[in-house]
Design a protein around this ligand. Sequence first.
Ligand code: SF4
Length: 291
Amino acid sequence: MSETRTTAQAGGRDQDFLAPAARLRGAGIGGLEELTDLQRSERLERMRSGELGSIHSWELVTAVDGPGTRMTVFLNGCPLRCLYCHNPDTFLMKDGEPVEAAELLRRMRRYRGVFRASKGGITLSGGEVLMQPAFAARLLAGAKAMGIHTCIDTSGYLGANATDEMLDTIDLVLLDVKSGDEETYAAVTGRELAPTIAFGDRLAARGIEIWARFVLVPGLTDDPANVENVARIIERWGSVSRVEVLPFHQMGTDKWDSLGLDYRLRDTRPPEPELVESTRAIFRAHGFTVY
Ligand code: SF4
């Protein structure tokens, strides 16, 4: 995110929250094979098998999306419609670029030395990575086989799409808990909270490390009772090693406009530093390391 990264630099931030197109220069899909000549049915079959995926872009980042220097791949498609989404251009799978898993794995292999030296790895983000579980599974298994640290950035809403076999290939999950109560969760995302809780329970039971993330939006998610509920939810997951409170920013507005979508947070301001601090304090009171 480089120049526009402001408030969440030290501890990373919500990959969904900040727009990939506004991030590191030199990223994108350049150099990846585009499969424009495949027949539609053949392409669908290859997507089903996970040989082929639909991605927005990829990039190399440091100190965000997990530890060290990471290759982050943004997959297209998301079942949620978060009011604050900064990547509305990843909502639909059809809007992504077709890319072979093998090509991405070749690229990951080239960066192995960088990952090793920085204690980094790969992160699959989006959109929602679990919209394309077969593709994600191939990338994760392939990276793991190369000894690369693996991470997914997810809302957990489609956690049921992750097989146990897939979970065995994941070292870290950046799990967005977008609200602590059902009504607010529905207001923020248009969907239910329960699948995220179920996914977190499953990760915790397997001992998979979690970084829990919460986007703080004045007037939407900032009620202390809501934040307290988020803290209580993640408290039951023994494998949470950090909590990140990510202050809302107006950085996705142009994308919503250019897509002709109704952006409802146009008049919402970023939270005041005092609100950010009091929110972080709620998580700290539950014993979490908070960024
Ligand atoms: S879960 Fe989907 S809609 Fe919500 S912020 Fe992430 S990409 Fe956007």
